[in-house]
Design a protein around this ligand. Structure first.
Ligand code: ZN
Length: 222
């Protein structure tokens, strides 16, 4: 399904879909649930634009490559270039919107790749690996470090967290990323997942939310 950035009111955002910069293990409890060490600096990786699909009424999972796991994450739409050492004010000004992403992961394949110290792209960068919601305009999203997120599957709460629990908080994360890669308008930063990750199954009903700001419902297609 083709993807175009949009706001929650359906307004098209006139920016291209760029890269998705992702951070692993940004919530200590999630790092522990996968028996990973808590990192001392952000663990970064990138999903290509071809991984992004809109979170529509239905979500189709990649077939034949093993179990697909969900990771619910706060997503930041970048609206201005950011590169090198930038201030909190510059990082804030560059965030155009706040939304939700699913960092879909072929977990068994990722475990095999990790065991061989290989890159994770095969497990995290396939087409459809990054469903994205519409974005709440940044000036309506409130305090970034107070953003909460939650995921219910079939009516059961599976994940909940708050940006306040992030090991590297949102602005510090964006500033750090800018020292490593240039961020361009249309890029997206996804900020890590809280504990509670697990497998997706055909027919699952997913309700993702940033309480009070954004609510998305989708079903896993058969
Ligand atoms: Zn993730």
């Amino acid at each position: 399904m083709s993807y175009q950035h949009q706001y929650t009111d359906g307004t098209r955002i006139d920016l291209p879909m760029g890269k998705v910069v992702c951070v692993g293990r940004n919530y200590a409890e999630h790092a522990r649930e996968l028996n990973n060490p808590v990192p001392t600096e952000p663990l970064l990786f990138i999903k290509p634009a071809t991984a992004v699909v809109p979170i529509g009424e239905e979500l189709s999972l990649i077939q034949g490559r093993g179990p697909v796991h969900y990771e619910t994450e706060i997503a930041l739409l970048i609206g201005q270039p950011l590169s090198g050492d930038v201030t909190d004010a510059q990082a804030t000004a560059a965030i155009a919107g706040v939304g939700l992403a699913l960092d879909l992961t072929l977990r068994e394949l990722q475990d095999q790749l990790k065991a061989k110290a290989h890159p994770w792209e095969r497990a995290k960068c396939f087409d459809g690996a990054c469903p994205l919601s519409p974005f709440v305009p940044a000036d309506e999203a409130g305090e970034l470090n107070a953003l909460a997120l939650q995921l219910d599957i079939n009516g059961v709460r599976r994940q909940q967290g708050s940006a306040a629990e992030m090991i590297t908080p949102i602005l510090a994360l964006v500033r750090h990323i800018a020292t490593q890669f240039t961020l361009l308008p249309g890029d997206v930063v996804i900020t890590g997942t809280p504990a509670g990750v697990g497998v997706l199954n055909t027919g699952d009903l997913l309700q993702l939310s940033i309480p009070g700001k954004l609510q998305i419902t989708t079903r896993i297609a058969g």
